[in-house]
Design a protein around this ligand. Structure first.
Ligand code: SF4
Length: 97
């Protein structure tokens, strides 16, 4: 795997379909979506080979966990709710019980 790749993996190797959503966060003060400064305009990681350990979750998880990770990141951006807050709400709801 060489060159520039999408955030945590590619659709070919880990089924990642979030188009870089996992590399973006909602800023609650401005309500703006902010991208990692290493994310390119094409939603690719410009330091893929040297990305931090936190960005390598797909290497240690199943494709189902990776899909859930991507889903939560995408939902977080759409709802303008940080992932930890979103997870707290899901834990308290019947969805995860
Ligand atoms: S370094 Fe930035 S762009 Fe690269 S995978 Fe991590 S969050 Fe995404």
């Amino acid at each position: 795997m060489g060159g520039v790749q999408r955030g945590v993996g590619t659709s070919e190797d880990v089924g990642c379909e979030c188009n870089g959503a996992c590399c973006k966060r909602i800023n609650l003060e401005t309500n703006e979506v902010e991208a990692c400064h290493y994310l390119t305009d094409d939603n690719l990681c410009s330091i893929y080979e040297d990305r931090p350990i936190a960005c390598r979750i797909a290497e240690y998880n199943t494709s189902e966990m990776t899909a859930m990770h991507c889903y939560l990141c995408t939902l977080s951006l759409k709802m303008r709710v940080p992932v930890p807050v979103l997870l707290d709400h899901l834990k308290q709801s019947d969805i995860t019980n």
